[in-house]
Design a protein around this ligand. Structure first.
Ligand code: N5F
Length: 401
């Protein structure tokens, strides 16, 4: 006899779960005939496969037993020291014990949510902001409040006492933001950390793309500026976009009390990040490999970005506006008000083109349905032109409707 069906009883937290629009779209875009501007996937042309193979071989040959053993939750000490040194080279005084190695910066977002957010806690985010962070924070049931933005990104003056009241942190992407591609200029960075210092509001600086600048000069990190101004800045970095995302390796730089709490959360989450991966990445970067590798990646992304901007100028109608990124992987498009990018995506997929609609990137504010994110890094030039021509055609039709 069949047992009566018994419904699962999931936690209240599980009821907050949403699935990532990006990951859902990536499933569709795996079809080979699709020209996909959707995924934030780095270009595989930039993966240093031979160098990584040599590093893994070297680690296994010289320290195989240690590489295959459990390791400390804080991370592999030489890699923590390398991150601290790299921060110092970029103008922020950081000690190795202020660094925690994590399994991708996405893990840091998850752990920071657990550390800071109670149900109903206020969390300040840019409008729009990185979808994966909103998804992570959402699990903890925050009340999102959007910091107003303009064409220069987040407006620091908008973070006043009333917006910041009770807020646990402000989450900021200063370089080539995901999804807008915008960069926060130096006066805004300074104003932001000064304001947050006054308000006692911690800043989470998420910067996976900072090393991928191909126009203009690098700007100081919020971490460096914040330490000078007396603000608490928690900085997230990642090896995903400078080496490869399949490594699942990133790091957090924060004051020691915060690192200590994150270590406890990480113990409960996954004990530690893979030892072999940490050792092989350390072996790869320790003698300055990134100094020769990154210029090649930047040049590749600069060319790809140029192809897309050129195609957009040729094919998009005047009703569309878009950002001019100085680095990174994304262009953000704003269409005529009333055009729904979600509907446009359905029509585009029917013609074998994909992108990410802008709406899911908004929290704490009504989403702008007439926006979308384009990633230009993985698509060959002829397909960029063909795909943008299709989008241009669909946008014209939507404008006329
Ligand atoms: O360090 P890692 O690989 O965990 O990167 C996570 C992450 C953290 N912060 C920002 C601002 C990011 O953009 C990312 C990665 N974002 C990709 C994107 O397209 O939005 C991930 C897409 C890949 C996927 O969902 O499979």
């Amino acid at each position: 006899m069949d047992m009566p069906a018994r419904p699962y009883v999931f936690s209240q937290r599980a009821q907050q779960l949403t699935s990532s629009t990006i990951r859902e779209i990536l499933k569709v875009t795996e079809r080979p005939e699709i020209i996909s501007f959707a995924g934030g996937l780095p270009s595989p042309q930039g993966f240093p496969i031979a160098r990584m193979r040599a590093a893994f071989d070297h680690v296994l040959d010289t320290a195989g037993a240690a590489a295959l053993q459990y390791g400390p939750t804080e991370g592999y000490a030489p890699l923590r020291a390398w991150v601290a040194e790299d921060m110092r080279r970029h103008g922020a005084q950081v000690e190795p014990d202020e660094v925690l190695i994590v399994s991708g910066s996405q893990q840091a977002l998850d752990m920071l949510g657990k550390l800071f957010i109670d149900p109903g806690s206020r969390v300040l985010v840019e409008a729009p902001s990185y979808l994966g962070a909103l998804q992570s924070f959402s699990l903890c049931g925050p009340e999102f409040a959007a910091v107003p933005t303009d064409e220069g990104g987040l407006i620091p003056e908008a973070i006043d006492e009333s917006l910041a009241a009770g807020a646990r942190f402000v989450y900021v992407l200063p370089n080539f933001q995901n999804p807008t591609g915008l960069t926060l200029d130096l006066p805004r960075r300074v104003a932001l950390v000064q304001r947050c210092a006054q308000l006692g509001l911690p800043v989470i600086e998420d910067d996976p793309y900072g090393e991928l600048r191909y126009v203009g000069e690098a700007l100081p990190s919020l971490l460096g500026l914040g330490r000078a101004a007396g603000a608490t800045v928690i900085r997230l970095g990642s090896f995903s976009k400078v080496l490869a995302p399949g490594l699942r390796l990133g790091y957090v730089v924060a004051p020691r009390e915060i690192i200590a709490k994150l270590v406890q959360i990480k113990q409960a989450t996954d004990l530690h990040t893979a030892t072999l991966t940490q050792m092989a990445v350390y072996e790869t970067v320790r003698s300055g490999f990134l100094d020769e590798h990154l210029p090649r990646v930047r040049e590749l992304y600069r060319r790809q970005c140029g192809y897309m901007l050129e195609a957009m100028r040729a094919h998009f109608p005047d009703t569309a506006r878009w950002t001019q990124p100085e680095g990174g992987m994304f262009i953000w498009v704003t269409l005529a008000s009333g055009v729904d990018a979600g509907r446009l995506l359905q029509q585009a997929v029917a013609r074998n083109v994909a992108f990410v609609p802008g709406a899911p990137f908004f929290a704490g504010v009504a989403p702008w349905a007439n926006t979308l994110r384009l990633s230009f890094v993985t698509v060959p030039e002829p397909s960029i032109r063909a795909g943008i021509a299709v989008l241009g055609d669909l946008i014209r039709h939507a404008d006329a409707a």
